[in-house]
Design a protein around this ligand. Structure first.
Ligand SMILES: [Zn+2]
Length: 58
């Protein structure tokens, strides 16, 4: 298990409902969430996908 880099106490568990906001758009992506502090860490490739998607809307 991965330890949370934010609180260093909780564990990161995989989730598929991390909320991201990019340029006023809200996306739900896969990532990890801390069991203690609820900090969310979206996966890098998911983040990239969302950034691309938000660009394509213009
Ligand atoms: Zn944490």
């Amino acid at each position: 298990m991965k330890t949370c880099p934010s609180c260093e106490k909780g564990e990161l568990i995989k989730v598929d409902n991390v909320i991201m906001e990019i340029e006023n758009y809200v996306f739900v992506v896969k990532g990890e969430r801390c069991t203690k502090c609820d900090e969310e860490f979206p996966f890098e490739d998911e983040t990239q996908k969302m950034i691309e998607a938000s660009k394509n809307k213009y």
